[in-house]
Design a protein around this ligand. Sequence first.
Ligand code: EPU
Length: 408
Amino acid sequence: MAKFLVKGGRLLEGEIEINGSKNAALPVLASSLLFKEKIEIENLPNIEDTKRMKELIGKLGADGKIDYEIAKKFRASILPVGGVIARFGKAAFPHPGGCVIGERPIDVFLDGWKAMGAKTELSEGAPTGYVIAAPEGLSGADYTFKIPSVTGTEALMMTAVLAKGTTILRNAVLEPEIKYLADFLNANGAKISGAGTATIKIEGRSGKLLEYGAPFTAPPDRIEAGSFAIMGALLGKNLRIKNFVAEELPTFLALLSNVGAEYVLEDNVLIFKDAHKKTLRASNVTTKEFPGFPTDLQAPFTILLTQAEGQSLVHETVFEGRLNYIQDLNKMGSRITLCDPHRAIIYGPAKLSGRAMASPDIRAGLAFIIAGLIAEGESAIENIYQIDRGYERIDERLRNIGADIKRI
Ligand code: EPU
């Protein structure tokens, strides 16, 4: 099994470009089901999750069956279900897999499809699966999310595009990925308004498929952007991060300034001149839906806080299993008290030493790389499939800016 060997102590210098966004590209890939013909995506990140999505869609037939083995590998496997039900009137799929960061139910999806006229049953046998059917077709509905969900909003939006009549989705999330998907679908004939606000209106096409006309260009990945910025704040010496879209990380940047990291933004290039010399201050962080602090940056930011002077509180409000990596971090020398599944207190600064660990999920895996880069000695990070799910050739790209990281 491949692993990363990371040696600490090197400063990061030069230029790194942010790749196409995973979480913007995945729903657009899934939306290909709403089209008569092939769609084109530019700047698609070549990562394990986009490969899995392509495999999943490639295996789909008119029977609406989603491949169980593939779907178990990533949460976003639920995204194509939205189009499958709308197109074929039925879908069979397993409970989606993916990062082990909490319970991750799918009730809001099922409630939404039910509101549009579909019936769900649990399929027999293991693993747990669902069979959804809408023999009389799907009709637009006025649906309010009891919990705002990113992929839930995306999946229901896709179903509504082919349903009959108008759908209104209320308490929808405001994440930029929603607007990217809506803009792409609208450029190809859909009628969606309000994406990026809490109320989205979709005029359904009564089963009429979209006709492809305009390609999608994946925007820069805002989570990769934030992660590189954290590396810059810790180790940057004339480090330039290209394609940085500040509007997509407002709270993150406010907190980065609050901890005392020094950066300048020049025409979408985020520059860390002598950041490694700065003393960082403790700060409290609460994860929230957009425009709040993204849960996907919580683990990398915690690594930054281990180097800040004083006591920081990290409050993870989105997922209940997303502080699981802290035990490993403490074995590296951090001083973090886990209060409960949602809150951790970090006492800094702490000297970290390299050690062996396994990547628990995409984002904590990247956080371990950052920890390895600032630690004394060598860290070995296993289970790097998790990291490769979200970051393309991360080892090579970090080596280009001076990091000592090897894939063996
Ligand atoms: N939730 C429910 N019921 C549902 C759906 C969600 O209770 O039916 C809960 C979840 O358990 C969670 C909260 O609602 O507590 C929010 O979850 P959400 O559904 O918004 O998350 P998601 O759509 O499964 C996407 C990203 C995640 C990111 C979250 C939050 C994609 C493919 N995934 O997941 O990204 O953390 O939104 O921003 O877009 C990652 O990229 O590493 C990743 C985990």
